[in-house]
Design a protein around this ligand. Sequence first.
Ligand SMILES: O=C(O)CCC(=O)C(=O)O
Length: 265
Amino acid sequence: MLSATQKQQFADDGYLVIDPQIDSATLDGVRERIGNGLLLADGEGNSRTQDAWKLDPGVRDIALAPTVEAILAELHGRKARAFQTLNFRVGTQQPVHSDTIHFNSDPAGCMCGVWVALEDIDENNGAVVYYPGSHKLPEARMAEVFAEPDLGARRAPPPQGAMTWVRRLAGRNPVFATARNYPLYEEYIARLVCRLELKPALATIRKGQAFIWAANLLHGGSITRDPLRTRHSQVTHYYFEGARYHRPLLNEDGKVRYFKPAWIV
Ligand SMILES: O=C(O)CCC(=O)C(=O)O
């Protein structure tokens, strides 16, 4: 299904633009029902709906598109399984990160994101920004972030409330100040991008195309230059079979805790 050049490009640059062969009616249906419906209905100005596949067969069809599954299997040599969807109505302007901080695996990097454009994307409506080749950099974990003296000094300690101790005594995952420490990771990545003088690129793809990124590719949401524009899109996150899965943000103490993803079926 893929040419040798495409496979080489994914290996070298960490991304690929493909035609996922999803029909227009499915794309338009999701845009109408999720983009213009649920997202507006949440009333909080949130630009994303997580796991709408549970409610909407179109979202699920995009996540399980056979062409995407075939291409991912070809790229990774393992079967891909979708485990999370996010639907967006407008650009996220999300700071640059790599998905390995959120979702990783043993062996490492058995994960990827597939971002499907539900309308044409250009430099003015918040295209995904990415750094070609950055997937080859070492995976940044919170340990490296905290090792930077000024960032480490701002680290929020784990909460010490009664519930934390109940969880500990029950042998459950301790609670870390994850949400408060995550901005330190974003700052660490922003500095890394500057220090290495990484060159950004924009995923300006057409409606119906998909942008695949490798787990460790640095990416985020670019500035929405035209605030009146929408950016209807769906990203699905996939893990590859034959690995054990963990979420590094929940392993702040360095202890790896594996989990069972809730597969999209
Ligand atoms: O859609 C975007 O602007 C960014 C999405 C993203 O970074 C992600 O899903 O990991």
